[in-house]
Design a protein. Sequence first.
Length: 260
Amino acid sequence: MRGFNVLLQKEFREAWRSWKFLWIPLVFALLGMSDPLTNYYMMDILNAVGNIPEGFELLLPELMPVDLLQASIGQFQTIGLLVLMATFVGNISKERASGMATLLYVRPISFGAYFMSKFIVMSTVGFVSILAGFTASVYYTVVLYGTFEIGSLVASFFTYFSWLLFVLAVTLMMSATFKTIVATSCAFIVIFMGQMINAIVGTFWTVSPWKLPLYGVQLIRGTMEMSDFWWSLVITMILTIVCISIGTFTMKKNASMTKI
């Protein structure tokens, strides 16, 4: 892919200058630590708020460490994904609309190199972000509740990262295919509507990319049916590659729409 190293350096510099490697992981870290701390200090929070009737006693369920990690992943699935997708959904469409892409298209570079340089930087930011989120969640869970088995925890992390690669591939594909507003709508519909459909009627199937966040938790619980896990993982990887291929093709097709 012509010009790949130059484009990759450019994307990394832009990500550093815009502080994406700092503030997005910080968001995930705050999301990760919120559930263990909130659940552990719930009674103290209620007492501090006041207006609790005398003799009132709140019976909280006894939570296992994996329950807190699952709650943190639930936060990543909503606020975390919103932050990541909103940050990167205009990566290509905005450059095309502003005319910045023209400066790149006139150079001897390939569209594959252009697309992959952006995807690799997005994936790196996503990796650092969920690493920060998992680390914060696991640290406070271990301190306040109990420990995890390291092997299953690492497997859970990379399972979620595989899901995140799919989300980022869909987001960048939409950015290459449509204008920013349409791309944002389409990406959010595909990812979040998929989550809603899976939550409502997902019991009727066991293989889907949208199953991976749950399957990562089940790996820690030791209740995972491994054939479902591997099929879901393979299909997710295939769909990620398909999205990258479509995004590269539509980027080339839409090059004539670039503002001059």
